[in-house]
Ligand binder design. Structure first.
Ligand SMILES: *Cc1c(COP(=O)(O)O)cnc(C)c1O
Length: 391
């Protein structure tokens, strides 16, 4: 029997890292040294107090619900920790119906799209951008309008350039600052303009705040909910993955507009069974300890960022040090005529260093490449040495 992929899967672009993984495996098999700087998944372990809380909770025989479906026996600790975190960190007060615990943002982004979009609806996503926004839209049989992020605009979408027809028809618009892949950050003033735009055109804003805690040099990332009245038009997706080196744990939260969160909650109720209580307890612990745990994590990224930027600048790039995220976003050298895949392939062949071609993130990502700082210092140092030798 031949199984044919559903149309919704055929509409997706091939998962960009699948081809890369194959290429790396082949080269390693051939005995070549591969220095992969391609994927954004923290190498550093989850902080000890968070792991300790998981172990405590999972062994707690007094908790008769510790093994049960997380959705049926939610902790009170996690939503309380979310409230405390948003108040301490952003000065934002959240009500009970303004918080949904998620299994991380990737899952929640897709579930959210299924909860709010109808077939044929229009939804706006940044480009270059995180692919999952469009994947959610596609699974919901909606259509993505891409808002280009251009260097000359500081990689912010030009709200005035969004066509009138799109403003009229779009139901939701994704924002993501600090931004993957461009590393751009935004000021609260940008969120103010976005909220005004959303109100005027009746478009829900969905802010992906995955990297708000990965910031450097005194920059503090705002939440869109700091804008007065933003919860009338916006939801925000926070994840513990990048902030606390917890990508495998699958925990985060969506906050803000209660009606939009209700839609997300309904999709979740009907498609997943929640998160193990021990993980909820540990997530609460992480949020409570944010101010102590995060500086140590960021010190590592800052050191790596400086190593990579200083190396590239010595080789002729003119990069500024990014204030946020765990990436470096750089233009490909002129001789490649803006061909990011060509540059990445050439670099890999000559040095064994793997970077992600910007075109993977959309057509306006062409001409750039991304380096992830989530690799051990030895790997990054060795990769930078190999680049320098190429000079
Ligand atoms: C990593 C990432 C996510 C997903 O993180 P989860 O582990 O699913 O919470 C979401 N958005 C962006 C922009 C990311 O880079």
């Amino acid at each position: 029997m031949e199984v044919i992929l559903a149309n919704r899967l055929q509409k997706l672009r091939p998962y960009p890292f699948a081809a890369l993984r194959r290429k790396i495996a082949e080269a390693r098999q051939a005995g070549k040294e591969v220095l992969n700087l391609g994927i954004g998944d923290p190498d550093r372990p989850t902080p000890d107090p968070v792991v300790a809380e998981l172990c405590r909770a999972v062994r707690d025989e007094a908790d008769l619900n510790r093994h049960r479906y997380g959705c049926d026996v939610p902790t009170t600790e996690f939503p309380q920790a979310v409230k405390d975190f948003y108040r301490r960190r952003f000065g934002v007060a959240l009500a009970g119906d303004q918080i949904v615990q998620t299994s991380g943002s990737k899952d929640a982004i897709v579930q959210f799209a299924l909860g709010i979009l109808n077939p044929g609806d229009l939804a706006i996503a940044p480009e270059p951008g995180y692919p999952t926004y469009n994947i959610g839209h596609t699974f919901a049989s909606a259509v993505t309008h891409y808002a280009p992020l251009r260097r000359e605009n500081g990689f912010l979408p030009d709200l005035d350039a969004i066509p009138a027809e799109v403003r009229r028809l779009a139901r939701v618009m994704w924002l993501n600052y600090p931004n993957n892949p461009t590393t751009a950050v935004c000021a609260l003033g940008f969120y103010r303009r976005a909220v005004e735009f959303a109100r005027k055109h009746d478009i829900l804003l969905a802010s992906d705040l995955s990297y708000s805690e990965n910031t450097y040099d005194g920059y503090v990332a705002p939440s869109i909910l700091q804008v007065e009245g933003a919860a009338d038009v916006a939801v925000e997706f926070f994840s513990l993955s990048k902030a606390f080196c917890m990508t495998g744990w699958r925990i985060g939260m969506a906050v803000g507009h209660a009606g939009a969160l209700k839609a997300l909650g309904l999709v979740k109720d009907n498609s997943d069974n929640g998160t193990l209580r021990a993980i909820q307890f540990a997530g609460a612990r992480a949020l409570h300890l944010a101010e102590t745990l995060i500086p140590e994590i960021n010190a590592v990224y800052r050191r790596r960022r400086d190593l990579v930027v200083n190396t590239l600048n010595a080789l002729g790039w003119q990069l500024e040090k990014p204030k946020g995220t765990i990436y470096i976003w750089a233009a490909v050298p002129e001789r490649f005529g803006g061909d990011s895949a060509g540059f990445a392939a050439d670099l890999f062949d000559k040095t064994g260093v793997v970077v992600t071609p910007g075109a993977v993130y959309g057509e306006h990502g062409e001409g750039f490449f991304r380096i992830s700082l989530t690799y051990p210092d030895e790997v990054l140092t060795r990769a930078m040495e190999r680049l320098a030798e190429q000079r």
